[in-house]
Ligand binder design. Structure first.
Ligand code: HPA
Ligand SMILES: [Zn+2]
Length: 349
């Protein structure tokens, strides 16, 4: 048996840090660090049910997806003004740049905000201003993906779509998030059809806590171009073969999976098996302020816990993230050249 590795070889840790990568599964509301939650609550004159930052952080001990979502939606309630959304997104972009993220496709949850009386336009204005500043000052390109909350009815998603129409050019695509079990993708077939007619790209969370059949439904009913999480595909060999044959990317979030008890520990994560099966797997951070780290922490945690992963896998994961992005081909080609340079002299094939 291979002894379990606790620290990846130094050159591997350096490579994981230095390699250019795309982040494709990141909820911007999940980047709200406790410090910023407290600062925004104070600025907006809001009370919080926690006396201080440490006690809030101590509450981040989740049993499952729903126990996390309850805290995540409560935290997002401090976001009220355009500047709040701007500050949150700029803080993320600075961390992404430090992790050598060259491109980020970012989820936002408009219903979480509009239900509290925050205008759709306020949310978009703050996020879009941050996107432009991140491109100009940090060299990080990005896109916005609007997610529908699947625990709400499809009519609410249609109302959100109507509110988004004046800003349609600032949105790249739509996704589906929130509590998965009991809310299968087919519940949103009609609204996704309308979104595709508008020219939006489509992704969906499926196969995180829900069964492999939800992944089939995301592909068949929503025509999802990427599957967010998707780790439960391993329960269905026919699905694995389909995902591999059509090179449908999975945006896997390892620290999230362990924090939400999809796996009992990182040592038991199936990232290496998914790669071995020939799938277009990517590594992402999901809700980094809640799950213990940004994207490079996710890479490092996997390579620390799974000794079968090596430099070839690091290259493959970064390459998959660039390939699986919705960025223009010319941008992808430039990033691939940078990636090849970062692996100069290291076997990657
Ligand atoms: O991991 C997630 N799953 C579903 N909904 C979410 N909303 C934020 N993070 C998540
Ligand atoms: Zn997610």
């Amino acid at each position: 048996m291979t002894p379990s590795r606790t620290v990846p070889p130094p050159h591997l840790a350096t490579l994981l840090q230095a390699m250019p990568k795309a982040e494709l599964h990141l909820h911007i509301e999940g980047t709200l660090e406790p410090e910023l939650i407290f600062a925004l609550a104070r600025r907006n004159g809001l009370g919080l049910p926690y006396p201080d930052i440490d006690s809030l952080r101590r509450a981040y001990a989740f049993q499952d997806l729903q126990s996390f979502l309850d805290l995540y939606y409560a935290g997002a309630a401090v976001l009220q003004r355009e500047e709040d959304f701007y500050h949150m997104a700029m803080a993320y972009f600075r961390r992404a740049a430090a992790d050598n993220v060259v491109h980020a496709e970012i989820f936002f949850d408009p219903q979480t905000h509009t239900v509290r009386g925050v205008e759709f336009g306020t949310v978009i204005a703050g996020l879009d201003r941050a996107r432009r500043d991140a491109r100009d000052t940090l060299g990080v390109s990005s896109e916005l993906i609007m997610c529908f909350l699947r625990h709400l009815p499809q009519e609410s998603a249609f109302e959100t779509l109507a509110a988004a129409l004046p800003y349609r050019d600032r949105i790249l695509g739509v996704g589906l998030d929130s509590g998965e079990v009991g809310n299968p993708p087919e519940k949103f077939t009609e609204v996704f059809r309308r979104c595709r007619e508008l020219g939006w790209r489509t992704v969906a969370h499926a196969g995180e806590e829900g069964p492999a059949s939800y992944i089939w439904s995301a592909l068949r009913d929503l025509k999802a171009e990427r599957i967010d999480h998707g780790v439960r595909c391993l329960d269905d060999p026919r699905l694995v073969a389909h995902l591999a044959e059509h090179r449908i990317p999975l945006t896997v979030c390892p620290l999230s999976n362990v924090m939400l008890k999809v796996y009992p520990s990182m040592e038991r994560h199936t990232l290496a098996r998914l790669l071995e099966a020939g799938l277009c797997v990517t590594v992402n951070s999901d809700d980094p302020a809640y799950f213990g780290g940004y994207v490079n922490r996710n890479y490092l945690a996997c390579f620390e816990a799974l000794p079968e992963l090596g430099a070839r896998d690091a290259y493959r994961l970064a390459r998959n993230s660039l390939d699986a992005s919705f960025a223009p081909e010319t941008d992808k080609q430039a990033w691939r050249r940078r990636l090849d340079k970062a692996f100069d002299g290291i076997p990657t094939g």
